[in-house]
Write a protein that binds this ligand. Structure first.
Ligand code: NAD
Length: 554
């Protein structure tokens, strides 16, 4: 019987020479040393010059920068991930600001739209309607049970791009890459899953290169039964995993979260992660405007997952300031596709009812802005250019420092651009967006727009949950995470107009958030683990570093 050698993390080492090159976890490519080439049977399988990792990084970056489009860059960098994960993470971690818009929004959105056409190699798992009745067996096909984080989507609402069906897989892959790149969750402990329950995307259904099932999306009781089998299987196969719901459609996202959040360690990033990162931006803005949260009136355009997640977190902060829940909710208003959400509107869904106040109807955003006079205007509608010059100027006319967040992704869906927000308010706006915008110079002053990127929050939350062994993810963990993030913003960053720390500091940010989340877990007894004396060091020591081990003695 062959015995397979294992690493100290219980990973099976490749058997013979060429297998080392074809396994992205162990592959070092041209960086295998002379001793390793002898020990592992790699002689003749590689060019003779042994490269350093730095030389490899330089080669990758030269190629990356020479590509003619972002989608080409995406294809290149995901190709590297499939060949050599250590080098991929070294490249991404060392160039995070350059890489983030490629491996995540906005380019990942385009990659999902073209997923079937640019498909090279399968990554993660696809669980489809064809697997009904034996989903547990399918999940057991994953090569390891040592999975710490799952990100799963059913592709119904990918970014602001709508139903992309199985092509939504780019999102769980990208998010998990960020768990590793930003917070050091080990790449082999991450599992992206796409649940294929059909798609209503007519273009995809007609496209011979679409990778998913050719059928309309199932819904109602049939969808619920399928999800139930899937979630039961997840609990059995990966009982302690952190499970992230990602980009589910509005009508399912709230229900699924409510149904499963007490059954396993789970959260929805679109609701809770967004709520947290936007709250951090709001708390940073408060440092500029002065005063308390209760001095503000917030008007949202868009009453979906993101809007509700943000509003609920603001309510928590308002309640900490001493307001009742009802008083807190009174400070928050929503406009959806039918106008201002008011009590007299008929057939409002449950989550909108909480924020339906006594007020005369307003048919559109401009009339709502004039009636409510918000201090903060937050766009989470997925509708491009809906913050018009007149609307932004009107908000600017009530406020010395108007807070304007245009959070819809990708960039093409943003409610306004950074330049517009600054220009229409003579540089007074405190601006944040979902996708990155370049700095804007106006009358000699440079403004650095904030990017309310969920990547500030979910990797750190995940690290805190995984490191502390927390069994549940709570709303208060996300509020603690937001406070930790806002507290990290330096005065000089605030002076540049930033509402979030530079992405260059993401490892420090993720670690601080992880510590805040773990503290919550220990304090609320959500874990059986004992709090280590040096929590920071305990968590830091678990973070993956993209370095090549020496395999010559294996
Ligand atoms: P969702 O589908 O749950 O909600 C969208 C909401 O917008 C719905 O309430 C819908 O009724 C409303 N809407 C649609 N058309 C409208 C119109 N013309 N006028 C007013 N409202 C309209 O989606 P979501 O998860 O809430 O995401 C919304 C947007 O926010 C997306 O573009 C997404 O990419 C973005 N987002 C950004 C971040 C971030 O910046 N960190 C995080 C999550 C989501």
């Amino acid at each position: 019987m062959t015995t397979h050698k294992k690493t100290k993390n219980n990973r099976t080492l490749p058997a013979k020479g060429v297998d080392w090159l074809h396994n992205p976890i162990f592959n070092k490519g041209t960086a295998f040393t002379e001793a390793e080439r002898d020990a592992l049977g790699l002689r003749g399988l590689l060019p003779p010059h042994v490269q350093t990792m730095n030389e490899q990084v330089q080669r990758v970056m030269n190629n990356f920068r020479n590509k003619s489009s972002d989608i080409e860059r995406y294809i290149q960098i995901v190709g590297l991930q499939d060949r050599n994960e250590t080098l991929f993470y070294r490249v991404v971690m060392d160039h995070l600001e350059e890489m983030m818009p490629i491996i995540y929004t906005p380019t990942v959105g385009k990659a999902c739209q073209e997923f079937g056409h640019i498909f090279r190699r399968s990554r993660g798992m696809y669980v489809s309607l064809n697997d009904r009745g034996h989903i547990e067996k399918v999940l057991r096909n994953w090569p390891t049970s040592d999975v710490k984080v799952i990100v799963a989507t059913d592709g119904e609402r990918i970014l602001g791009l709508g139903d992309l069906g199985a092509s939504g897989m780019g999102i769980p892959i990208g998010k998990l890459s960020l768990y590793t790149a930003c917070a050091g969750i080990h790449p082999t402990q991450c599992l992206p899953i796409t649940i294929d329950v059909g798609t209503n995307n007519e273009t995809f259904l007609k496209d011979p290169l679409y990778i998913g099932l050719r059928q309309k999306r199932i819904s109602g009781a049939e969808f619920d039964a399928f999800m139930d089998e899937f979630m039961t299987a997840v609990k059995k196969v990966f009982p302690t995993v952190l499970f992230q719901f990602e980009d589910f459609g509005n009508s399912n996202a709230f229900r699924l979260l409510e149904k499963y959040r007490d059954q396993l360690c789970t959260f929805n990033d679109d609701i809770q992660g967004t709520g947290s990162v936007a709250l951090a931006g709001v708390l940073s803005a408060l440092r500029v405007t002065g005063g308390k949260m209760s001095d503000h009136r917030v008007l949202f355009l868009g009453a979906g997952e993101a809007g509700m997640g943000i509003a609920d977190n603001i309510v928590t902060v308002l309640m900490e300031e001493g307001l009742s829940k009802a008083e807190a909710r009174q400070r928050i208003w929503f406009v959806d596709s039918k106008g201002l959400i008011v009590k007299s509107r008929e057939s409002l869904v449950e989550h909108k009812l909480h924020y339906a106040h006594d007020h005369a109807p307003c048919a559109d955003l401009l009339s709502a802005v004039k009636a409510i006079k918000p201090t903060m205007l937050v766009g989470v509608s997925g509708q491009a250019r809906t913050f018009t010059e007149e609307i932004v100027k009107t908000v600017g006319s009530f406020n010395q420092r108007p807070v304007i967040f245009a959070l819809s992704n990708p960039t093409s869906k943003a409610e306004c651009t950074a330049e517009e927000a600054y220009k229409w308010t003579d540089g007074r706006a405190l601006f944040a967006s979902g996708s990155p915008f370049a700095s804007v110079t106006l009358n000699g002053k440079t403004h650095v727009p904030g990017q309310g990127n969920n990547a500030y929050i979910f990797p750190g939350v995940g690290l805190g949950v995984v490191a502390s062994g927390a069994k549940r993810v709570t709303d208060s963990m996300f509020v603690s995470a937001a406070k930790a993030l806002a507290a990290l913003l330096r005065e000089e960053e605030l002076a540049e107009g930033r509402l979030y720390p530079s992405l260059k500091r993401i490892h420090e940010v993720s670690l601080k958030i992880a510590v805040a989340v773990a503290e919550e877990a220990y304090a609320t007894k959500l874990t059986d683990q004992k709090r280590p004396a040096d929590l920071v060091e305990f968590i830091r020591s678990q973070m993956f570093k993209p370095e090549y081990p020496d395999y010559s003695k294996k």
